[in-house]
Design a protein around this ligand. Structure first.
Ligand code: S3P
Length: 168
């Protein structure tokens, strides 16, 4: 086990924040949620920032936050689901962190997120269709950046954390 930062990537609803927080606790590391850092910087919710400024402005701030935190020591960093869309973020994450892809199927994610009102990209008529499209576009990017992949399907959060601790 190195002191290198651990980063979690994956689609929204895959458990990056929940698993990341528990993993950090078990490893006695600081937990950083990039969406929370972004909201502190912009001073409002991601959803209202998206509506006001648009996705590209959000991605610029997200990239700055990732650049600031990917080289930290002894932290666990949960990234936003779209962080891998930019090549620079993939490069930064891969270089600075041990990257874990928490993989879930669009159907599982839909079950967990069907009542969500906070994720701007899912406020559409057909969120399951949107999740399927996001999976199609992003799964190869998550795999490209990740040092290893963990399926979140069946195991409980504590079991997932134990599995991760064995692989790190
Ligand atoms: C996004 C995922 C969100 C948040 C923003 C955009 C995405 O983070 O960064 O709403 O593009 O998938 P979570 O993956 O933590 O929900």
């Amino acid at each position: 086990m190195t002191d290198q930062n651990i980063a979690l990537v994956g689609l929204p609803g895959g458990g990056k924040s929940t698993v990341g927080r528990q993993l950090a606790k078990r490893l006695k590391r600081t937990f950083i949620d990039s969406d929370t850092v972004i909201e502190q910087r912009i001073g409002c919710s991601i959803r209202s920032f998206f509506e006001r400024e648009g996705e590209a402005a959000f991605r610029d701030i997200e990239s700055a936050v990732i650049a600031d935190h990917c080289g930290d020591q002894a932290t666990v960093l949960a990234t936003g689901g779209g962080a891998v869309l930019r090549e620079l973020n993939r490069k930064n994450l891969r270089a600075g962190c041990q990257v874990i892809y928490l993989r879930s199927t669009p159907d599982e994610l839909f079950r967990r997120l069907r009542h969500d009102t906070q994720r701007p990209l899912l406020q559409v008529k057909d969120p399951l269709g949107r999740l399927r499209d996001m999976y199609g576009e992003r799964d190869p990017l998550y795999r490209e950046v990740a040092h290893f992949v963990v399926d979140t399907g069946r195991p409980s959060v504590p079991s997932l954390v134990n599995m991760l601790l064995m692989q790190l």
